[in-house]
Design a protein around this ligand. Sequence first.
Ligand code: SAM
Length: 210
Amino acid sequence: MEVFEKRDEAEIRRINREQQKVFDRLFRLFDPPLPEGVPERLEQIVAAGRIKEGETVLDVGTGTGILIPLIWKYRPARIYACDLSEAMLEQLRKNHPRVIAFLADVRDLTLPDGCLDVVFINACYPNIVDKQGAFSNIARMMAPGARLVISHPMGRAFIDHLKKSISFPLDDFPERPAAEKILAAFGMRLETYVDEPELYILVGEKQGAD
Ligand SMILES: C[S@@+](CC[C@H](N)C(=O)[O-])C[C@H]1O[C@@H](n2cnc3c(N)ncnc32)[C@H](O)[C@@H]1O
């Protein structure tokens, strides 16, 4: 079932190229210090993934790897990360050499079926152009019982602010009923929904666990 508006393939590639160009220039924006309150909210976001020791985590649209040190605290076996921007990944590799990083749209990742226990999409959901392709591929790679955490540490209103200045389209974060529908279409159940002025967290759990 298609829950996302269909986009033409040429349009998907054009927007991704534009986005890549923008983030190749903007990577310094993500250097510390982060705005007040953001470090604490990022901790809340990572805690929502309930990472257990030895698990496998994917950080989608990782950027320079803001979540990575927080994820390592939970002692996962490995962290995979992907991003469209080479400049972002260069910083990520410098700062966090143990992360296995891919220069790729998440829809094209070829990790094995069911290999992921936790997937984070932090400050990146609005940017994913081919959401149908991205969510089908993420769901394929998630193990039964795996958690998908979609989040933003500045909340949904921040996206409205960004839309005024950015050269590519950004989608809104889903309201609760839409979130339930999206997750259900990809075999997930909504587990957590937080929509506060400066924090958005949506957690879906992949069904099929015993
Ligand atoms: C606003 S930045 C957020 C970076 C990081 N997650 C953080 O919280 O600081 C969004 C990132 O998502 C990446 N991105 C956008 N669409 C993507 C996609 N379909 N697959 C992988 N990365 C994507 C962009 O290149 C960019 O680096």
